[in-house]
Design a protein around this ligand. Sequence first.
Ligand SMILES: [Zn+2]
Length: 302
Amino acid sequence: VADLALAVDVGGTKMAAALVHPDGTVATHHTIATPHDDTESTWHALEDLLRQVAGNQALAGVGIGSAGPADHSAGSVSPVNIPVWRDFPLVARISELFPGTRASLAGDGICAAAGEHWLGAGRGHDDLLVMVVSTGVGGGLVQNGRLVQGPTGNAGHIGHMVVDFGGVPCACGGRGCVEAYASGPSMVRWAREQGWPGRTAVELAAAGRGGDSVALGAFARAGHALAAGIVSTAAICDLSRAVIGGGVSEAADLLLPAIQAGLKAHGRLGFLREISLATAALGGRAGLLGAAALVLHPERYL
Ligand SMILES: [Zn+2]
């Protein structure tokens, strides 16, 4: 009986694939830089990666996590950070490579949530919000021990929860979204508007650790927005835990206290005061393991 999942993680910077056992052990794992020349060369690079990692193994299925947006009914993706793929039929292409094997697609934030719930910092929490704070802010939601995808596959996308009515413009075209305050580029943009001379979120974290008041202000502002998103989600979903992952969470020493302060300010009702906050445990592997979970534990993650 085939019990190995082929897990795929498609992002604008890199693409990864792995063979994963039902207990989460990774058998084979390989990563390549994402080529951006044209539609087909990007696909052929992924195709080669998948053939190489899958080898001759019999597969229980293929789990695909992709940067969004995706059209789940069509099985296609249009990743913001892969401009040569627009309405690219990723599920059909991968299914052609592995005939007779089911291929399942979910957004990268949702896969990260599945991974952290299955094997990471969300384990044992049936009502969980996972946030991926990076160049954007994504996320995923677990309710009653089951991953929530929603009809379009975008449930739990906390980055575009509005936390400031009439607030600053967001990349999505709206205003006041969590992402407009808490993504790495949003934090850097705000700090530069206040006169901070640096360029990157990594520099911003270093400045904050050195006591720079603008850098600390950027983290406080991001933490406040994330906390407002967590508390608002918890008010609807009765969460027991929130997990913060993504590149910006590497500055957890600055970000977590800022979120805690925001949780204290906004979470006044008893059930909102008891949300535990944790940093993600799986790092860059959360999405890949979550993609595997779609295949290996569909009763919880599909
Ligand atoms: Zn937005």
